[in-house]
Design a protein around this ligand. Sequence first.
Ligand code: FEO
Length: 425
Amino acid sequence: MPSAITLARPGPGSPVELAPGVHWTGALDPGLRVFDVILRTANGTTYNAYTVRGSAGVAVIDTVKAEFAGAFFERLEQVARYEEITALVLNHLEPDHTGAVAELLRRAPQARIHVAPRGLDMLRALLKDEFADYEVVRVRTGDTVSLGDRSLRFLTTPYVHWPETQCTYLEEEGLLFTCDLMGCHFCDERLFNDAVGDFRFSFEYYFDHIMRPFRRHVSDALDLIEPLEIAMIAPAHGPVLRSHPREYITHYRRLVTKRLASEVAQKTLLIFYVSAYGATSQMAAAVAEGAAENADVRVSLFDLAVGEVAPFVDLVEEADGIVLGTPTINGDAVKTVWDLLASFVDIETKGKLGGAFGSYGWTGEAVAMVESRLQGLKMRVPVKGLRIKLHPTEPELEDCRGFGRQLSAHLTGTAEPREIDFASL
Ligand code: FEO
């Protein structure tokens, strides 16, 4: 027989019990539509803060966005007195979780602040002159804070998604506080994953836009989390995952694992181009031809005239090298190329090989502009971009093939050492 669902709706200002002595004391923000300028949400978000009561003290885990501090304090005061708070745990210092920290510390100045070492500078910036008034404990994986009959254990999980992010584990309850990890922007006052509406889209959307660029770090965090006994996952946004929490960990593991298993052992080079009069298209074909002479490189050629870039993001994420061909129009690269480059913000590009080429009529700035953007994405651009005025001649097409050969050589580690002409720097 299916078990009954508890529709725990926090009334106006009511805390919600997760386990005996463990409460959600966060805030609902159903009106939010755009988070952090870029992230959309169709039904708002929540800022989840928690309190844990032990026989020798109370811990507060994270707070809320500043505008919602009133709701946070109202809920907190129903489960603890300020003088009982012995520990303030800051899993993440982004403002949506630290908006009530300064005021909380004024009300509970005895609380020791527990933060990952890399969070110290940010905490100092947050508290300004008041920083010196409080005791700060820098915690790392394995460190614990005792609340008497209960203890919190820390897991250092950097870059999920800021340098100082960490998770906190309430050992006796198997309850893991993950902050942004496994969170999502989804506001439903019923709060628990087995009671709220369908949030699968929000969960994956949040992963794609917040966690995906840090996939390797999320994987490292999962390495720490997977061995734990988990009864409930309490993130800082969206539903509390009390039903089948292990499935969310498994799902995250799937999301961080390569989406496109390559059936070949070669390096992969993607060549994207846009062509106005066919010249950049000719260049692209020749670059691909030269690159493909290297049997250890798998070359793919794509015409961005299709206009859509989203389908390519998975490919780019898994590729070893990305080359972009663009004409210069009105002193700029064409919009589709910029659109593709903009989509790289959701994936890790650091260390990939990049390159640019293109035909031009008068000024030809586009190639250098694209190269500069690739470098800004921390890609390596070892071969100087190739520009050709109007349509390429046969010798110029041979230059394109040579450009492709050099790119493949850099991908496979067989490139000749480059002599640098200081006059060109
Ligand atoms: Fe929910 Fe990274 O802040």
